[in-house]
Design a protein around this ligand. Structure first.
Ligand code: FE2
Ligand code: FE2
Length: 280
């Protein structure tokens, strides 16, 4: 079995889609879904209930109108968002662990992911995009592949260091040379296995090569920009430092200016300070 096949097998076996999400999937395509049934499924998970309420109030709707009941929160989110939220929270629990292969300490990848999600949503607001919550979810999940590839990078860290010191390629290209795939491919494969919507899969796949995307281009460019903003703040850089391919054309592609990015960075910083108390 080749090294790439071992990694692919690892991806397809891990992490399992949580049972709750699997059950929720059944309801996804039903336009007349009964929110009472979904509430019954979610409410037996107190941690999840607390997180749904907390997220609906603090993140999704910016506490304009406090939502206090689980059912009201679920109705506001809609089935698609509920599933994405459940999956995001499952993923979040994976993002908190330390990732020694990538040189990331506990919580660092989660912080980077939330930073990216908040910044992407702020950019979506500037652009009057409708899919604000999808943008947030996508931001949260874009680097899930790092969690998957971490043990493989750790195993070949010496080779990785040698390659990255002697070559000028970006780190995701070095991942490809060393492992046969980069963290963007690994992450999108998991999200696809989880049967998440194609725009989420596409963003995870192309967030470092936005010029390669053939679909959902605006969303891909947007998350690329948010990701780069997050990294430029030094959040979640790990062994990568700042050796990513940055696509300045993404700014133009979505119709923004550098001023918009600066504004978004400072807004995101404020929001992160607010969130820090909620997240701790
Ligand atoms: Fe990434
Ligand atoms: Fe990232």
């Amino acid at each position: 079995m080749s090294y790439l096949e071992i990694i692919e097998r690892h991806i397809d076996n891990f992490p399992e889609m949580p049972a709750l999400s699997r059950n929720l999937l059944v309801y996804l395509d039903d336009p007349n879904v009964d929110f009472g049934v979904i509430r019954d499924m979610v409410q037996y998970d107190p941690g999840l209930t607390a997180n749904v309420l907390r997220l609906v109030n603090s993140v999704y709707f910016g506490s304009v109108q406090e939502v206090s009941s689980l059912q009201a929160a679920l109705v506001r989110l809609g089935t698609k968002r509920i599933l994405e939220l459940v999956l995001s929270l499952t993923a979040s629990s994976r993002l908190v662990s330390s990732l020694p292969g990538y040189g990331l300490q506990a919580n660092e990848l989660l912080k980077h992911s939330i930073w990216t999600a908040v910044a992407a949503r702020e950019l979506a607001r500037l652009l009057d995009m409708k899919e604000e919550e999808t943008v947030f979810t996508v931001g949260l999940l874009h680097d899930l592949g790092i969690v998957i590839l971490d043990p493989f990078i750790q195993e070949r860290r010496l080779e990785f260091n040698t390659l990255s010191n002697s070559r000028s390629e970006s780190f995701e290209q070095i991942e490809k040379m060393l492992l046969g795939m980069d963290h963007a491919s690994a992450g999108s494969r998991i999200l696809q296995n989880w049967k998440l919507s194609p725009e989420i899969v596409a963003v995870a796949r192309w967030h470092h090569e936005p010029n390669q995307a053939t679909e959902y281009k605006e969303l891909v460019h947007l998350v690329h920009l948010a990701d780069m903003l997050s990294l430029s703040q030094g959040i979640g850089t790990g062994i990568y430092g700042l050796r990513f391919n940055v696509f300045p054309e993404s700014i133009k592609a979505v119709g923004l200016t550098k001023k918009h990015l600066e504004y978004t960075a400072s807004k995101t910083l404020d929001k992160m300070r607010e969130l820090e108390t909620i997240l701790s």
